[in-house]
Write a protein that binds this ligand. Structure first.
Ligand code: HEC
Length: 90
């Protein structure tokens, strides 16, 4: 019986570990797309955006409202909501 539980545990960890690894990569992915410009030079950096926007709603609205052509590819719910979450805005 001991062998069985060892095998089960081994299988469980082989399945669970990559899922954790993938989800932590996925969590960092959205802001990675933004950081190139949102570096405090081209556009406000993470800290500046967190200070200005106290809620995800305000962040998303501002993201959609900007007429700067550089933001065009990112003015969608998936990117803006994802990034708001990564910035800790709710
Ligand atoms: C190619 C450069 C570039 C990329 C990439 C980019 N942005 Fe921007 N973003 C800008 C510029 C330029 C502005 C306008 C800054 C200003 O008006 O001061 C802006 C403005 C914003 C604003 C409005 C800020 C405010 O308070 O008015 C938000 C929110 C925002 N971006 C979010 C994002 C998110 C989220 C991403 C990634 C998914 C992203 N941006 C990627 C260039 C970029």
């Amino acid at each position: 019986m001991k062998t069985t539980s060892f095998v089960k545990r081994t299988i469980a960890w082989t399945v669970v570990a990559p899922v954790f690894a993938i989800s932590s990569i996925a969590m960092a992915a959205t802001w990675d797309k933004c950081g190139g410009c949102h570096n405090g030079k081209t556009a406000p950096d993470k800290a500046a955006l967190q200070q200005k926007h106290k809620s995800a709603d305000s962040f998303i609205k501002a993201g959609k409202a900007t007429t700067n052509p550089m933001m065009k590819a990112f003015q969608n719910d998936a990117d803006l909501k994802g990034a708001a979450g990564e910035l800790g805005l709710k």
